[in-house]
Design a binder for this molecule. Structure first.
Ligand code: UDP
Length: 283
């Protein structure tokens, strides 16, 4: 795992989807000191990352950091970064499930065994509906457990123990976490040494998508990089503030990074655990 680049202070793994899938399969049967976890930043996460030391620490310990959003990839290209493609969490999970299909590729070593998965997050009942859909569509995937933790679970030691015990009892190969950012990243980071799963994927609303609870953008919108617009229009009350904040701060981040690269202005480089400078009001 050598190909990495940097973007807005985040280390990014410059991998294509098939390379990521292959790596995840390898990790499911390779022991490690703690649960390896994958994060998939979008614009909102990149903006949050600048000020959130907990998120910075989580990202620095993540085994894979993959670009989720089209605007982030576009900025990476503009800045000359070597990041080949987006690997959004909501595509990664179905692609991983699809790879259990023996016919998915000629050299598919993963296609002959069952992939055991635990779904953590989403509203009560949603993960069970996702599990039913997954079993119908991907017979090589077995959902061995689901859990929708109650509101505020992250501050309850008893609730965290319950979650960890449920995961341990079902022995998944992969833990799919849909708790939204930054909760999912902070939770997996805090508990990585107790999570009894070799791999965890922090993938936001993916469980909702798999359950059919929230509609994903049509393929043409995903192809032209407008999935964010579809999401905002489908949940305007909840997401408008998030997107407006991104629309204001993200261009400033791009400018700051460009200026830093080109030597036009000096911006202090990020050290993990250190707050990044707040983007200035106008370039
Ligand atoms: N969620 C949850 N518990 C919480 C907070 C959120 O299960 O305490 C779920 C929520 O029901 C939804 C997902 O986390 O399924 C978050 O989706 P969001 O749209 O925020 O994901 P993102 O845009 O961060 O990928």
């Amino acid at each position: 795992m050598t190909k990495t680049d940097h973007l807005f202070g985040m280390k990014i793994n410059a991998l294509r989807m098939p390379e990521v899938i292959q790596q995840l399969h390898e990790w499911t049967h390779t022991p490690s000191a703690g649960c390896r976890f994958v994060v998939t930043p979008n614009v909102d996460h990149a903006v949050m990352f600048q000020q959130h030391t907990g998120l910075q620490r989580a990202y620095s310990d993540a085994s894979l950091v993959l670009v989720d959003g089209f605007p982030l990839l576009a900025a990476a290209k503009l800045l000359g970064r070597q990041i080949p493609e987006r690997v959004p969490g909501s595509d990664l999970v179905p692609a991983l499930f699809e790879s259990t299909n023996p016919n998915s590729s000629p050299d598919n070593s993963a296609g002959n065994r069952c992939l055991k998965v635990f779904l953590l997050g989403a509203a009560p009942g949603v993960a069970d509906r996702a599990a039913a859909n997954i079993h119908l569509r991907w017979p090589g995937v077995k959902i061995v457990g689901t859990y929708s933790p109650p509101l505020g679970f992250e501050t309850s030691a008893a609730e965290n123990d319950t979650i960890l015990q449920r995961i341990a009892a079902s022995k998944p190969d992969v833990l799919v976490i849909g708790l939204g950012a930054p909760k999912q990243e902070l939770w997996v980071h805090a508990h990585r040494h107790q999570i009894a799963a070799p791999v965890a994927l922090c993938v936001g609303a993916t469980i909702d998508f798999l359950a059919g609870e929230k509609p994903r953008a049509p393929v043409w919108m995903r192809r032209v990089g407008l999935e964010w617009l579809h999401r905002m229009l489908s949940e305007p009350r909840r997401l408008a503030k998030r997107y407006l904040r991104g629309a204001w701060i993200f261009p400033q981040l791009v400018w700051q990074e460009w200026a830093n690269n080109s030597g036009a202005v000096s911006v202090t480089p990020l050290k993990t655990g250190q707050k990044r400078p707040q983007p200035s009001g106008s370039p």
